[in-house]
Ligand binder design. Structure first.
Ligand SMILES: [Zn+2]
Length: 425
């Protein structure tokens, strides 16, 4: 939280629905936008810059950043069982801590001010979140079929009860309907209701998950998730590509599906029913973990989504710029951080865009420049709760030290991870 009052003038604001408002002054007090006006106020000159809400990465496994590039050009089954899991199953707290810090640094550089994580070792993640100041919504991963499931559930409940940080939200993260039975999902949903927290779960990522669900339970995955009560609380759904048109009406107002098209392309997962169902009500953008998508950049994901939708529908008028921008902003609604709008009373979680560069000039249409041309070098400054986390294109952290620490940890992890996985599901 920043207690100083900061004023910016001559800002061009880009709001959450993609509309530009030139020549505005904004005042930030105690991390909150307290005044937005066309009056000229004394303050930092933002001439030539565009100010927008920060981005949300609505689905990732941040610690997996430490596996970026470890498993390439393999099938989706081999990717997990042969390449990732032997290492992931032997991960220790410090791997999670440093992998998460690395991920957070990349996200901040890409303008991400809040993100939704789905992982284990919550204490290591919470430590990284406090140090890096990115707003963190952490779903503590629960595998219903794991032998230590009950202990993990009880530990998660204790942690959720004791969290008192406004920049951190904790929720329960049942991994998926294929690693948790319907009874387990029901138990987890009951706890979420009692705790007043949300859920975050993977649903219908592939057609084979749907087929197996029908075989095992006579129902599709979202039907099971709905019947178990998981959609009675705010629920983030990872991927949901193969949710069918018949299941779609089961989604509640606060059920939001997070899409990561780079992962789908890379692992040849197809797009399922998503291209026909996608709308501004139930879909937002995430990156998935860097082990599958290699980057944690929501802008890259939405760009790929736009191109895919145009191609799938064989219609260049599909996936309009404003729709893609709204999908980028939608994630804010799934998170309890009072962010995502340039309005008085909202948190000052902001990106300051500099489009006066060779890759984005000339700027006829700023939204087109951002969505189809921009990269992290156009993100001049990033603020979270009114405090700079990136200033003049540099992160406010010791990048050299972070890189050294990650390199040392990777050597250790490679040594430890050799051979078979520690546990099998
Ligand atoms: Zn995932």
């Amino acid at each position: 939280m920043n207690n100083n009052k900061i004023t910016f003038n001559h800002c061009t604001l880009l709001d959450e629905v993609g509309i530009l408002h030139p020549n505005q002054s904004i005042v930030i007090e105690n991390g909150i936008l307290t005044r937005i006006t066309s009056d000229k106020l004394e303050g930092f000159d933002c001439s030539g810059l565009i100010v927008s809400p920060g981005f949300v990465n609505l689905h990732t496994h941040a610690a997996m950043n430490i596996f970026k590039g470890i498993a390439e050009d393999v099938s989706i089954d081999a990717w997990f069982n042969e390449e990732i899991w032997p290492y992931e199953s032997k991960m220790e707290e410090r791997d999670v801590y440093l992998g998460t810090r690395l991920a957070m640094a990349e996200m901040l550089n890409n303008g991400v001010t809040a993100y939704a994580d789905h992982y284990f070792s919550p204490k290591a993640i919470l430590r990284a979140a406090e140090e890096m100041r990115i707003k963190t919504d952490l779903a503590i991963t629960l595998f219903g079929f794991a032998p230590n499931y009950k202990d993990e559930l009880n530990d998660s409940i204790d942690l959720i009860k004791t969290n008192n940080k406004s920049s951190i939200h904790l929720r329960l993260g049942p991994h998926s309907p294929y690693t948790c039975s319907p009874e387990t999902l029901k138990e987890i949903a009951t706890h979420a209701k009692a705790l007043g927290c949300g859920l975050h779960i993977h649903v219908s990522e592939t057609q084979s998950q749907v087929d197996e669900s029908i075989q095992n339970y006579g129902k599709k995955p979202l039907e099971i998730v709905h019947e178990s009560g998981c959609l009675d609380v705010p629920c983030i759904i990872g991927h949901g590509l193969y949710i069918t048109p018949e299941e779609y009406p089961l989604l509640q107002e606060d059920s939001i599906i997070s899409l990561s098209p780079k992962t789908y392309l890379k692992l040849a997962m197809g797009l399922g029913y998503m291209p026909d169902l996608i709308d501004d009500t139930h879909y937002a953008i995430g990156t998935d973990g860097a082990a599958s998508s290699n980057t944690l950049n929501p802008l890259e994901q939405v760009r790929l989504l736009g191109l895919l939708l145009k191609d799938v529908h064989k219609d260049a008028r599909q996936a309009k710029l404003e729709q893609l921008w709204r999908l980028l902003m939608k994630g804010h609604e799934a998170l309890p951080f009072n962010s995502g709008k340039l309005k008085e009373g909202y948190s000052a979680d902001l990106i300051f865009w500099d489009l006066n560069k060779v890759n984005t000039m000339p700027v006829y249409n700023p939204l087109a420049s951002i969505i189809y041309s921009a990269n992290e070098t156009n993100i001049k400054d990033v603020m979270i709760s009114g405090a700079w986390v990136k200033k003049d294109q540099r992160l406010i952290l010791d990048e050299t030290l972070l890189i050294q620490e990650v390199n040392a940890q990777v050597q250790d992890l490679l040594e430890r991870g050799k051979g078979k996985a520690k546990v099998h599901f």
